[in-house]
Design a protein around this ligand. Structure first.
Ligand SMILES: C[S@@+](CC[C@H](N)C(=O)[O-])C[C@H]1O[C@@H](n2cnc3c(N)ncnc32)[C@H](O)[C@@H]1O
Length: 276
């Protein structure tokens, strides 16, 4: 049974209201493909039956499962390489010099999916920070509870490990766990995982030296992108760095961000007055 137009509109409105993810007409196939496993798992059998149930209930656990299922969680180790090289080889030295009194860096992976991004950040900079006698706090947040659970567990199958993780880093930071791999306690301890919806006003937060906001703005409409970037401008330290995904930019959205190139990566600095 396929999804009717009103059912698609209902799901698209729910997902947009709660996560800011935009599902344009034409994405019916995506909704059906993502919600069929949820319908089966929850005993509803079909997507129309699941949607009928959602419509009849107040906002709750089932709605959250549906929103979670509509997030795209594609990620990999050291995704696109250049941002991690830029951070480790170019920006880190300067940050270490500027934070010589605090001797600590705070980094935020703001849509961390299953954890490859925050763990890659630590692997990229841990030796250099340790040599400088610096501490590191990594905050990793996502909307998807399922992804956060996976990220916290730090267990990856062979296929996932094959996507971008160098053999020397695998040997150093992981141990065998059945047919998969377990990230070391040392790495897990360096990250605080927390649920956070970027589409709603941010809670009070520590200021960050570096923010990875990668491959998430693409799912939002223009006003939401502008709101999220404005919120980021308040959390990013005045001399901090913001990384976006390869298909994302601040241009035409928030001109207060300055775009620079570092080791082949595009990085943003905030040059304005934070507002709002
Ligand atoms: C494609 S993944 C990107 C993961 C990682 N940053 C990377 O570049 O590989 C997008 C992530 O954004 C999360 N996401 C989507 N909407 C969100 C929202 N409103 N607030 C927080 N996270 C959101 C999804 O759950 C998903 O894990």
């Amino acid at each position: 049974m396929s999804l009717t137009a009103p059912d698609f509109t209902y799901v698209a409105d729910l997902v947009h209201r709660e996560s800011a993810i935009t599902l344009a007409p034409g994405k019916e196939y995506l909704v059906e493909a993502r919600l069929l496993p949820v319908a089966r798992d929850t005993g509803h059998g079909t997507v129309p039956a699941l949607v009928a149930e959602l419509k009849g209930r107040p906002m709750g656990e089932l709605h959250r499962k549906v929103i979670d299922a509509m997030t795209t969680n594609e990620t990999s180790w050291f995704r696109d390489r250049a941002p991690f090289t830029a951070l480790a080889d170019d920006l880190l030295g300067e940050l270490i010099a500027r934070r010589s009194r605090e001797r600590k860096l705070r980094i935020w992976s703001a849509a961390c999916s299953s954890g490859q991004e925050p763990y890659s950040i630590i692997m990229a900079i841990t030796d250099r920070l340790a040599a400088a006698g610096f501490g590191l706090e990594v905050l990793a947040t996502d909307l998807s509870e399922e992804m956060l659970e996976r990220a916290r567990a730090g267990r990856y199958n062979q296929l996932e490990v094959n996507r971008g993780l160098a053999a020397n880093l695998l040997v150093r930071h992981f141990t065998r766990a059945g047919i998969g791999w377990q990230v070391s306690e040392e790495l897990r301890r360096a990250v605080t995982f927390r649920s956070m919806n970027l589409a709603v006003p941010f809670p009070p937060m520590m200021q960050m030296d570096v923010i990875f906001l990668r491959n998430v703005l693409i799912y939002f409409d223009a006003p939401t992108k502008a709101r999220v970037l404005n919120s980021m401008s308040r959390v990013l330290r005045p001399d901090g760095y913001l990384f976006l995904g390869g298909a994302e930019t601040t241009i035409n959205i928030d001109p207060r961000f300055e775009r620079i190139t570092s080791s082949g990566a595009t990085v943003y600095r905030f040059r304005g007055e934070a507002t709002g």
